[in-house]
Each structure stands twice: as structure tokens, then as C-alpha cells.
Design a binder for this molecule. Structure first.
Ligand SMILES: Cc1cc2nc3c(=O)[nH]c(=O)nc-3n(C[C@H](O)[C@H](O)[C@H](O)COP(=O)(O)OP(=O)(O)OC[C@H]3O[C@@H](n4cnc5c(N)ncnc54)[C@H](O)[C@@H]3O)c2cc1C
Length: 441
């Protein structure tokens, strides 16, 4: 950021986390041995960094917190056990107007932005990462359309998401191409039929797609250039409707956690896609990457909420459980473990809220990637650590289905894999430092 000359995070006014402009005047103090007036330490006449949520965001947090406690907490275990899609939770989100949180008001959303969605997901993830995923899916497939789609596409596909009348999925991964998206084999070739100039024919198989069964439409990426090319401009995004000829759902996965929202294959067999459904430009794969950059705080929120839920539960348990004439909580070794995770939760929240604030200002291009990636990395690794500690603090009870700890632990494991693994995030952060996008001078 220093090299690009752009402002650093913390320098402009965000929606909910306001950072007031700093008025400075020179103070009399001099640095030792420095006589140049320009080196004088500035006196800070009025400085404030406001870490409070805006009243609107605080009200949203309170509303979702109550909904999560009343409707989601009692259902979390059953959703995991049956694996059935929790339509009642979807309906509760719709009734509370939470499905359009990150969509603009002119498209039927509530305009709460990525920060609003982040705060809502944090609350929900305290009890169920499946429910948190349902909220996340209002943004992952819609992101590329919001970033690069045209007005007609936005009007056709997005208000239905906000209203809970439509659902969508995101098709980037293939069995041989997860982190290495350039290895995708799904192909789009020009439709040669007369009258179909500019249209495309899509063929291929997308896999591990969350919500594939329930979705009405999909954001799908396919190679439009040389199939052997690894260049990003050989890949294009398309909107594909479930009801079209050649579109079907293949196998669904038996998975370790986050049950209730299926992941599975989307089969594309010679699907005719009109030119109107190309997202942005042909070869405009960059938008998918931008969409994923903007998703980092939203995925991070799933980790933070899970860590908070797990730590609170385990803390209450050890305050009751007796051993050696004390409660488990009386042991200093236990207190230190609780403290370490508490520190990490607050660090993750700060990273995540800041990254949401950046994303809401459109700051998700390359120079901001380290800030976005470190939120996702830190929060999701924390989720694994916190839920592991929770299992440990409950002992045998934590390993059994009588308590939610083993469920949190299983759910947490996917968070360090999805939407850019921890290793991929570390690579992005490391490159950011090497490029001086993240620099402290
Ligand atoms: C529950 C779940 C839901 C999902 N939902 C969706 C969805 O809705 N849509 C979608 O498109 N995809 C989805 N995915 C797929 C997910 O995005 C991929 O799993 C992820 O991108 C990783 O790809 P991969 O599984 O092929 O792992 P691989 O890319 O094969 O990686 C395997 C291991 O190698 C490491 N690795 C890879 N490259 C590097 C590198 N350059 N440097 C260091 N280490 C590296 C990885 O970090 C990982 O540890 C989902 C996955 C899961 C588990």
C-alpha cells in the first residue's frame, strides 16, 4: 500500500467503524538530537478511533443474536444428525430480512454491506455453521454479478435472492482443480448456430458446490480460451439457470461437517448459455478473484462465531465440573488456555471487521489482499484451535454427541479449506509483504 500511494486501512470513514479525521498541530517536543522543525512530534489535538458499531449495526447484531438463540441453537444438533436442508431456518432468515443483507436497497436488499453480513454470520455461527453457510451463500455467487454484472443481470437474478424466492450456488472448483483454478476443464465454446451469435455452449463438471441441490441459478466459470492455457483471461464467468436443458445435479458428498446444506456436483452437458448471461467480459476471470477477495471477512466470520460459541460453552462447563476438590476452572493451566483463545478471538474480530470495512469501500483489489487474507487465515485457524480446546476441556464428554463440542470441531475443519486454503492465504500474505503492499514504513 505504501508503494501504491493509497491510503492505509484506518484512514477513511467506514460505515460502522468510524475513524475520525485526526487534527494535529506541532508540539514543542523535539526528538533527541534533532533540530529540524519538520521532525518535531505532532501534538494530537483531537484523535479518536471509534470501535463501536453504528446504531444500525448494533441493532442488527442484537436481532440476529436473539434469532440465533431462539431458532438456530435448538436445531443445530438435529440438522447435523439428519443432514436434511433446514427450510425452517431459511424461512426465519427470510422473515427477518437477512437474505439481502449485503445486497443494495435498489435490488431489494438492506444495504448492510459486507460488514453487516459479517456481523450477522458471526452471531449465527456461534450455534450452527450450516446456518452461517446459508447466509454466506447470499453473497458468494452474487459477488461477481455485483462487481462486474450489468443492470439487467442484477435486476433479473438478485432481488429474488433478497426476497428468499431464489437460491444460488458458486461453481469454480473441479475435482482436479481446487486451489489451482487455472486447471479447470469445464469448457465454453461459441454457439455456431445461426441466430445465436455471441452465445456459448458449456460442458463440464463442477464439484463440491455448496447448496447445489437447492440453487435456482449458478455462477459458473469455464474456459473460453485455449483449454491448455493457464492465463486468467482464458476463463469467463456465466450465470446458468438450473432449469435449462443439460443442467443437472450429480453426486452429492457425504461430508464430515456442515451437514444440511449439500455439497455436490453440477453437471453441464452442452448447455446453451445466451450472451446476456456472460458476467462482465469474456475472459474476465479477474472478477472471480475479486469476488473471492471480498468474501474473506464473510468466511472469517464463520470462524469467529464458531470459536466464540465453543469457548463460551467450554468455559461454563469447566466452572461446574469438579476435580481434585476444585472446579476445573480453578486450575491456572486451564485459565491460561481460555485466555489465549480469548485473545485470539478479539484479534480475529479486529482483523475481520477491518477487512469487511475495506471490502465495503471496494478495497478488495491486489494491494488489499494481505489484509483480507489474514482475516480469513487467522479466524479459521482459530476456529479449529478453539473447538479443539473445547473438546479437550470437556474431556470424554466433549467427544460425545451429548455436547456440541465435537460438532463444532468437525464443522471448523472445513473452514481452513474452503475459499482459499490456509496455505493459499499465507502465500497471498507473504507475497503482499514481499511486494510492500503490506509494509509498515
Ligand atoms: C464443505 C466444502 C464446501 C465447498 N463449497 C464450494 C463451493 O460452493 N464452490 C466451489 O467452487 N468450491 C467449493 N469447495 C471447494 C473448495 O473451494 C476447495 O476444496 C479448495 O479451493 C481447495 O481445493 P482442493 O480441495 O482441490 O485442495 P488442493 O488444491 O488439492 O490442495 C490440497 C492441499 O495442498 C495445499 N496447496 C495447494 N496449493 C498450494 C500451494 N500453492 N502452496 C502450498 N500449499 C498448497 C492446500 O492448501 C491443501 O492443503 C468446497 C469445499 C468444501 C470442503
Amino acid at each position: 500500500m505504501a508503494r501504491s500511494g493509497r491510503s492505509r486501512p484506518g484512514s477513511a470513514g467506514p460505515r460502522g467503524l468510524r475513524v475520525a479525521p485526526i487534527a494535529v498541530r506541532r508540539c514543542r517536543a523535539r526528538l533527541p538530537g534533532v533540530s529540524d522543525r519538520r521532525a518535531a512530534c505532532p501534538r494530537v489535538a483531537s484523535a479518536s478511533v471509534d470501535f463501536d458499531l453504528s446504531p444500525e449495526l448494533a441493532a442488527l447484531q442484537e436481532t440476529v443474536r436473539r434469532l440465533a438463540q431462539d431458532k438456530i441453537k435448538p436445531r443445530a444438533r438435529e440438522i447435523d444428525t439428519t443432514g436434511a436442508y433446514p427450510q425452517d431456518i431459511f424461512d426465519a432468515f427470510r422473515d427477518a430480512d437477512l437474505l439481502g443483507l449485503c445486497l443494495p436497497t435498489e435490488l431489494g436488499g438492506s444495504g448492510a454491506g459486507i460488514l453487516g453480513l459479517t456481523i450477522a454470520i458471526e452471531e449465527v455461527a456461534k450455534y450452527s455453521n450450516t446456518a452461517a453457510l446459508m447466509l454466506l451463500l447470499t453473497r458468494l455467487p452474487t459477488g461477481p454479478i455485483l462487481i462486474a454484472g450489468n443492470d439487467e443481470q442484477k435486476q433479473r437474478y438478485l432481488p429474488g435472492i433478497a426476497a428468499g424466492e431464489l437460491r444460488c450456488g458458486f461453481g469454480l472448483s473441479e475435482s482436479q482443480a481446487g486451489s489451482d483454478v487455472a486447471g479447470m476443464r469445464t469448457r465454453a465454446v461459441p454457439d455456431e448456430r445461426p441466430g445465436h451469435e455471441g452465445d456459448w455452449i458449456l460442458t463440464g463438471t463442477k464439484c463440491w458446490m455448496s447448496g447445489v441441490v437447492q440453487a435456482d441459478w449458478y455462477t459458473v466459470f469455464a474456459k473460453t480460451g485455449d483449454p491448455a492455457s493457464r492465463a486468467h483471461d482464458s476463463i469467463t464467468g456465466f450465470i446458468v439457470e438450473r432449469s435449462w436443458d443439460g443442467v443437472s445435479v450429480g453426486n452429492t458428498d457425504r461430508k464430515m461437517g456442515v451437514r444440511g446444506v449439500d455439497t455436490g456436483e453440477l453437471l453441464l452437458d452442452g448447455v446453451h448459455v445466451p450472451k446476456e448471461n456472460v458476467i462482465g467480459e469474456v475472459g474476465g476471470f479477474r472478477l472471480a478473484m475479486l469476488g473471492l477477495n471480498a468474501m474473506r471477512p464473510i468466511v472469517a466470520a464463520r470462524g469467529i462465531g464458531l470459536a466464540e460459541g465453543a469457548l463460551m460453552y467450554a468455559t461454563e462447563y469447566v466452572q461446574q465440573r469438579q476435580a481434585f476438590g476444585h472446579t476445573i476452572a480453578d486450575f491456572q493451566g486451564i485459565q491460561w488456555e481460555i485466555a489465549k483463545v480469548a485473545v485470539d478471538i478479539e484479534a480475529a474480530r479486529l482483523l475481520t471487521y477491518r477487512s469487511a470495512w475495506l471490502a465495503d469501500q471496494g478495497k478488495f483489489t491486489k494491494e488489499y489482499v494481505p489484509y483480507l487474507s489474514m482475516a480469513k487465515y487467522h479466524a479459521t485457524e482459530l476456529a479449529v484451535r478453539a473447538s479443539g480446546l473445547a473438546v479437550q476441556l470437556l474431556g470424554a464428554a466433549g467427544y460425545m454427541e451429548d455436547h456440541p463440542t465435537e460438532l463444532w470441531y468437525r464443522d471448523a475443519r472445513q473452514l481452513t479449506i474452503v475459499e482459499g486454503t490456509s496455505q493459499v492465504q499465507l502465500g497471498l500474505i507473504g507475497r503482499g509483504v514481499l511486494n510492500h503492499d503490506l509494509w509498515w514504513d
